[in-house]
Design a protein around this ligand. Structure first.
Ligand SMILES: Nc1nc2c(ncn2[C@@H]2O[C@H](COP(=O)(O)OP(=O)(O)OP(=O)(O)O)[C@@H](O)[C@H]2O)c(=O)[nH]1
Ligand SMILES: [Mg+2]
Length: 248
C-alpha cells in the first residue's frame, strides 16, 4: 500500500513535469508569434492569451535597458528622473548625485511593461565594464551632454565601440542629446550630424533631445524604446534563450 501511494505520488509528479514541459513549449511557440502584428484574429487571440498567461504566471517580459555614455553626460540624473516620472518614488535630486563607480539599478513600469535600467559609470577607466552587461541587454540608451561640444569626439568614439560589439547585435538604440535646458545645447539633429555614425545602418535607432533636469523629451524617448523593444528580433532571441536555458 505504501508503495502504491508512492507510485501515485510519482505519477502526479511526472504529470506535473510533463504539463510544465508542455507549457514551456507552448510558451516558446507563443512568444515566437508575439510582437508580430497579424491580420489573422486567431493569431491575435493567441498573442493576447500569451500576454495574459505570462502576466498571470509572473512570466511577464522584463526589459533590460543599459544606460551608457561618457562621464558627466547625465546618465544617473536621467535614471533618477525616470523614477520620478514613472513611479511613486521620488528620485534623488541632482545635487545629491555623485559620479557612478559601480552600477545603479532602476525599475519602472511603462504601460504594463516592466523596465530595468542599468546605469554604469562613464569615466574612461570604468568603460571596460560596460561589455559585461551587453549580452543580457534588450536595448541601449546612450546619453550625450549636448551642451559640451569639446567632448563630442570622446562620446562618438565610445559609442562607435559600443556599436561594434557583437554582444549588442540588433539592440535598439536611443541616443539622447541631454541638457537641453542649457542655452548652448545643440539640437538632436545637429548632434546626429556631428556624430555621423556609420554603423547605424541596420540598427533601429532614434535621436531625442532631452533634459534630465526638467524631464523634457524623456517620455517620448522611453515610449519609443518600449515600442521597438516589444517588436525587436533581439527580444525574441533573448526570450527563447531564457526559455531554453532557464531553470526547469
Ligand atoms: N543643466 C543640466 N545639467 C545636467 C543634466 N543632467 C545632468 N546634469 C549635470 O551633469 C553632471 C553629471 O551628471 P551625472 O548624472 O552624474 O552624469 P553621469 O553620466 O551619471 O556621470 P558618471 O556617473 O560619472 O558616468 C551633474 O552636475 C548633473 O547635475 C541636465 O539635463 N541639465
Ligand atoms: Mg552616473
Amino acid at each position: 500500500m505504501l508503495r502504491n501511494r508512492g507510485t501515485k505520488k510519482e505519477l502526479e509528479e511526472n504529470r506535473e513535469k510533463i504539463s510544465l514541459q508542455n507549457y514551456k513549449r507552448q510558451l516558446l511557440f507563443f512568444t515566437r508569434l508575439n510582437g508580430r502584428s497579424s491580420q489573422n484574429p486567431a493569431i491575435n487571440s493567441i498573442k493576447m492569451l500569451t500576454h495574459f498567461y505570462c502576466q498571470e504566471s509572473g512570466l511577464q517580459t522584463e526589459f533590460h535597458v543599459l544606460i551608457l555614455g561618457i562621464d558627466k553626460a547625465g546618465k544617473t540624473t536621467l535614471l533618477e528622473k525616470l523614477k520620478s516620472v514613472y513611479s511613486n518614488l521620488e528620485g534623488l535630486p541632482p545635487d545629491r548625485i555623485v559620479p557612478t563607480v559601480g552600477l545603479n539599478i532602476g525599475r519602472i513600469e511603462v504601460s504594463n511593461t516592466k523596465l530595468v535600467f542599468w546605469d554604469l559609470g562613464g569615466q574612461p577607466g570604468l568603460r571596460s565594464i560596460w561589455e559585461k552587461y551587453y549580452e543580457e541587454a534588450h536595448a541601449v540608451i546612450f546619453v550625450i551632454d549636448a551642451a559640451c561640444p569639446s567632448r563630442f569626439e570622446d562620446s562618438k568614439s565610445a559609442l562607435e565601440k559600443v556599436l561594434r560589439h557583437e554582444d549588442l547585435k540588433g539592440a535598439p538604440l536611443l541616443i539622447l542629446a541631454n541638457k537641453q535646458d542649457l542655452s548652448e545645447a545643440v539640437s538632436a539633429e545637429e548632434l546626429a550630424r556631428y556624430l555621423d555614425l556609420k554603423k547605424l545602418d541596420e540598427r533601429v535607432y532614434m535621436f531625442e533631445a532631452v533634459s534630465a533636469f526638467d524631464g523634457m523629451g524623456i517620455k517620448e524617448g522611453v515610449e519609443w524604446l518600449v515600442e521597438v523593444m516589444e517588436r525587436s528580433k533581439r527580444t525574441e532571441t533573448l526570450r527563447i534563450r531564457a526559455g531554453v536555458t532557464g531553470p526547469t
